[in-house]
Design a protein around this ligand. Sequence first.
Ligand code: AHM
Ligand code: MG
Length: 338
Amino acid sequence: MSRTSLSRFLIEQTRARQTPAELRFLIEVVARACKMISHQVAKGALGGVLGSMGTENVQGEVQKKLDILSNEILLEANEWGGHLAAMASEEMEKAYQIPGKYPKGSYLLVFDPLDGSSNIDVNVSVGTIFSVLRCPDKNAAGGDLSEDAFLQPGTEQAAAGYAIYGPQTMLVLTLGDGVYGFTLDSEMGSFVLTHENMRIPETTAEFAINMSNMRHWEAPVKGYVDQMLAGETGELKKNYNMRWIASMVADVHRILTRGGVFMYPRDAREPEKPGKLRLLYEANPMSFIVEQAGGASTNGYQRILEVQPQSLHERIAVFLGSKEEVKRITQYHIDAQK
Ligand code: AHM
Ligand code: MG
């Protein structure tokens, strides 16, 4: 059986869609970095990589050793190739400038180096999420790139993807023309196309939310989840199943595979924060992937991809997955405003 490697897929895409070679190179470099992260994650206790660093990131979250290691792997892999103008990471307060000794390119890379960190020590799937933006021309001239260059709505993404480090390591990718999944053949060391044109079923009977926060939710979310829990006797008239892995990559991967709706609403624990997940590193790339797979994604009121970011580490409420349910929860929010 002839197999399509990630490299071949990218070359064929480049030919068919006139994707710039620089973008192809960028994706290959990110994929290579993900292979290295996968290798580190798989070593676990044997590699001495489990546990915390004893530091906090800019969002006040405890950093795990693997958070830092994964961040360094992505920076080192991507800084020298000449394809990037700058990078931004969930684990770094400020944008990362390409060192002066290397050429600069026309793309920006934004990532959450290891999402789902709370699962690292318990051997549950984690992942890397990334988003690629074009660097606005006005900033291309040289010198340090301002943070403003990254503040583009998700509709401007040139590519987005995630790697999931689970029973298999997979890379799931969109270049804006469908979603493709590649499984890492660890013997050959290459990603092989195994999931062509991934599609999210429009309807579902499965939802994902951290139920322990229920008492902090806003009324529309509480009302919607109450109806799902009521099952056949409620207004939705069907029984729902619930899953919550607490790794967005793993929850989104399940939804891409068999449907479902994922929710991380804003809540009253920290009222000044509009949700837990980050717009640039998590919500935008995942929303791009989900929409490209035929699903939908909103913050309860608006399509996430159309939200104009105000700052690098901005947070947002996220409702994404099967179209019918995302439409329903969005309607609950809109009705609550009337
Ligand atoms: P992280 O980027 O610090 O790992 O946080 C994001 C993660 C998501 O992967 C997941 O959906 C969510 O946080 C889980 O949050 P909670 O622990 O509140 O259930
Ligand atoms: Mg994350």
